[in-house]
Design a protein around this ligand. Structure first.
Ligand SMILES: [Zn+2]
Length: 137
């Protein structure tokens, strides 16, 4: 496993079509990322002073001091009481899917929609295993 290649894959969430641009210092809330804590069942927007590609995969949870996962800019956390959805989110993370964009055609901005249910997620992680971020956990 080549960790460098994997890291680049992980950084594609937000880079979008900007991947080829040189690393630029950007700031502002548009570059904050959602970090989700599976224990607290919450997501926090975190901002660091750096480009989207500099956001770490994991950060400490401000509440329980556990691990939170960078799920990108567009992640919307399920309700705290929605165990079913949190189960799905945690299943996806365990399998290396941190809501990174999955583009079957690298020349297209179309990306594969994420599964809505745990049952769909089980098929999803098999079908798209090549896109999994294997060093996330
Ligand atoms: Zn927590």
């Amino acid at each position: 496993m080549n960790p460098d290649r994997d890291t680049k894959k992980a950084l594609r969430w937000d880079a979008g079509l900007r991947t080829s641009e040189p690393k630029a210092k950007v700031s502002g809330p548009e570059y904050s990322m959602s970090y989700a804590c599976l224990s607290c069942k919450t997501a926090h927007k975190r901002h660091i002073d750096g480009a989207p590609s500099e956001y770490p995969l994991k950060m400490e949870c401000p509440i329980c001091k556990g691990v939170t996962f960078n799920l990108g800019r567009h992640f919307k956390a399920p309700k705290k009481s929605d165990d079913t959805q949190w189960k799905k989110v945690s299943f996806l993370i365990e399998h290396g899917f941190l809501f990174q964009k999955i583009r079957l055609d690298p020349n297209s901005s179309e990306s594969v929609p994420y599964p809505k249910t745990l049952a769909e997620a089980k098929e999803f992680v098999i079908k798209y295993k090549d896109w999994a971020i294997t060093h996330a956990l």
